[in-house]
Design a binder for this molecule. Structure first.
Ligand code: IPM
Ligand code: MG
Length: 368
């Protein structure tokens, strides 16, 4: 009997989401042919597009499509059109945060890689990034200030009082720390915890629990850094980091910074994982409304998110490798979208870059 098709939920969303998703789907088509995969791609509405069509950023039917799937390939959500909505209804908050919570996606992996050929794209001076770098932010994604209760604004005699709560329990730290240590085992074997143990109770618990988890991974070195210092070291010497483990808010900030020093947000994928193999894969860069619809966005972040999906949710590292090597080959051979082109260098649009990468995936198949 034929193997059942692997169902993937495709949530392209807003802004550049649909354009870069189209390019990623072409790469996926090429991979399907070369590797003889049986896939079914189920599209569903999310974000502003879903607000417009269905009145909600995360309609029930979209959640159902995600439930039916092995993984979610996510584009991006948000844009100026929906910015005047109340904060709780805005696409980012009303789509992404509930998706993370509903599916228990507590570990967010954000690789920030600067390819040696692209050191000129980094805003850092070349001597600080010579040879490129490869670091991985592992961010806790379903706890801390984002979700802690109480979370409210109340009236007071003098005005208003707003509170967010940073709260963590042992198990929440343990499980994401496990992910960080396991990731480090395949890398340079170092985990650095960024915290504010000089100020925060939660950070003291993080240190204690992470030290305990480290005992199970004697081959991995563990060190600690205050989050403010981590922010500074990221612009001084990003290559000193291997896996940077953070609670939710620190990880939000430090991953954006790591992405920025890596040159272009358009290159960076991410994976959000929970228990089991289900995951959500999205580019780090967001909906980029300023360039949406122009066909100039870099599709590589979406394409590398697809590669991560094959590796982490579908158990097909060989497909992931083929996609990554197609991307690396295109970069080496000088293919550039505008965001990664040096002054005077020729650049191509989203569609051309996607097709070139798809072509390389297809031709790799011919060699084997
Ligand atoms: C991210 C984003 C989200 C976050 C926003 C859009 C809610 O910044 O994924 O990093 O803060 O987690
Ligand atoms: Mg962020």
């Amino acid at each position: 009997m034929a193997e059942p098709k692997k169902i993937i939920a495709v949530l392209a969303g807003d802004g550049i989401g649909p354009e870069v998703m189209k390019a990623a789907r072409e790469v996926a088509d090429a991979a399907e042919k070369v590797f003889g995969l049986q896939m079914e791609w189920r599209e569903a509405l999310v974000g502003g597009a879903a607000i417009d069509a269905r009145g909600s950023a995360l309609p029930e039917e979209t959640i159902e499509v995600c439930r039916s799937a092995k993984a979610v390939l996510f584009g991006s959500v948000g844009g100026p059109k929906w910015e005047s909505l109340p904060p709780q209804e805005q696409p980012e908050r009303a789509a992404l945060l509930p998706l993370r919570k509903i599916f228990g996606l507590y570990a967010n992996l954000r690789p920030a890689v600067l390819y040696p050929e692209l050191v000129g794209c980094s805003p850092l001076r070349v001597e600080r990034v010579v040879g490129g770098f490869d670091l991985l932010v592992v961010r806790e994604l379903t706890g801390g200030l984002y979700f802690g209760k109480p979370k409210e604004t109340t009236k007071t005699p003098k005005g208003e009082r707003a509170v967010d709560t940073m709260v963590y329990e042992t198990y929440e730290i343990e499980r994401v720390a496990e992910v960080a240590f396991r990731a480090a085992a395949f890398r340079k074997k170092r985990v650095t915890l960024a915290d504010k143990a000089n100020v925060l109770e939660t950070s003291l618990l993080w240190r204690k629990v992470v030290k305990q988890v480290a005992l199970k991974h004697p081959q991995i070195a563990l060190d600690f850094i205050y989050a403010d210092n981590a922010a500074m070291q990221l612009v001084r010497e990003p290559s000193r980091f291997d896996v940077l483990l953070c609670e939710n808010l620190f990880g939000d900030m430090l991953s954006d910074e790591a992405a920025a020093v890596a040159g272009s947000l358009g290159m960076l994928p991410s994976a959000s994982l929970g228990e089991g193999s289900f995951g959500l894969y999205e580019p780090a860069g967001g909906s980029a409304p300023d360039i949406a619809g122009k066909g100039v966005a870099n599709p590589i972040a979406q394409i590398l998110s697809l590669a991560l999906m094959f590796e982490m949710s579908l158990g097909q590292p060989e497909v992931a490798r083929a996609i990554r090597s197609a991307v690396a080959g295109a970069i080496t051979d000088g293919w550039r979208t505008g965001d990664i082109a040096a002054k005077g260098e020729k650049s191509v649009g989203t569609g051309e870059m996607g097709k070139e990468i798809a072509r390389r995936v297809a031709s790799q198949g011919k060699k084997v």
